[in-house]
Design a protein around this ligand. Structure first.
Ligand SMILES: Cc1cc2nc3c(=O)[nH]c(=O)nc-3n(C[C@H](O)[C@H](O)[C@H](O)COP(=O)(O)O)c2cc1C
Length: 185
């Protein structure tokens, strides 16, 4: 979009574009979501990214979609590597998401990204934080370029963690509303 092009349309007839843009954004921000770390890997390159656009898309096959901004580090790694892993976080662990809003520094020998301990998901090798209470390990089956963001659709090739156990129901997961952050809109 060229600079100063004004709000993204369409704008309903009779609405002030800027007022409508603010109203639309406030509503979009309120779509309830969880808050996750999206792990990506292409060869020796790994990254973790804070993300909330994560959703199940099909039960047969088991498909999960993640919306990733075109051009960010994670976008390149998921395209090149064809895999991603979603780390689910405990509600008490919200501080960690602030550490993954720009490309992370990997210490493969120490097994840390931005000094946060991780391990490679057993099937795809994408990074999962050790403190995750659950994970979904996915292999990309489709990429849909949507504009600012790309929908990567992944087939779940492995899943686990505390929330996958029969007594895991009591584990409270981190959600967007637990933070003061917003994304998208
Ligand atoms: C609360 C929050 C949620 C976010 N959700 C997403 C998301 O779902 N998709 C996305 O592409 N970026 C999202 N971001 C932005 C990325 O974390 C940020 O752009 C990051 O720089 C991109 O990561 P990378 O460059 O390390 O790949 C979110 C940021 C925050 C603070």
């Amino acid at each position: 979009m060229p600079p100063h092009a004004g709000p993204v349309g369409p704008v309903p007839p009779g609405c002030d574009p800027d007022a409508y843009d603010r109203r639309r954004r406030r509503v979009l921000w309120r779509i309830p979501t969880g808050l996750y770390l999206v792990g990506s890997r292409a060869g020796a390159r790994r990254n973790l990214m804070t993300g909330n656009w994560v959703v199940q898309l099909s039960t047969e096959p088991k498909l999960v979609g993640v919306g990733i901004e075109v051009g960010v580090h994670t976008y390149g790694l998921v395209r090149d590597g064809g895999v991603f892993a979603v780390s689910f976080l405990s509600r008490s662990d919200r501080s960690v998401v602030r550490r993954f809003v720009k490309p992370a520094v990997d210490d493969p020998a120490g097994r840390t990204l931005n000094e946060v301990p991780y391990h490679d998901a057993p099937v795809t090798g994408a990074p999962v934080v050790d403190q995750a209470v659950g994970y979904l390990d996915c292999r990309v089956t489709r990429e849909v370029e949507l504009g600012s963001h790309c929908l990567f659709v992944g087939e779940v090739v492995d899943a686990g963690g505390a929330i996958g156990e029969e007594d895991g129901e009591g584990v409270e997961l981190l959600r967007m509303e637990d933070t003061r952050m917003s994304y998208g809109g």
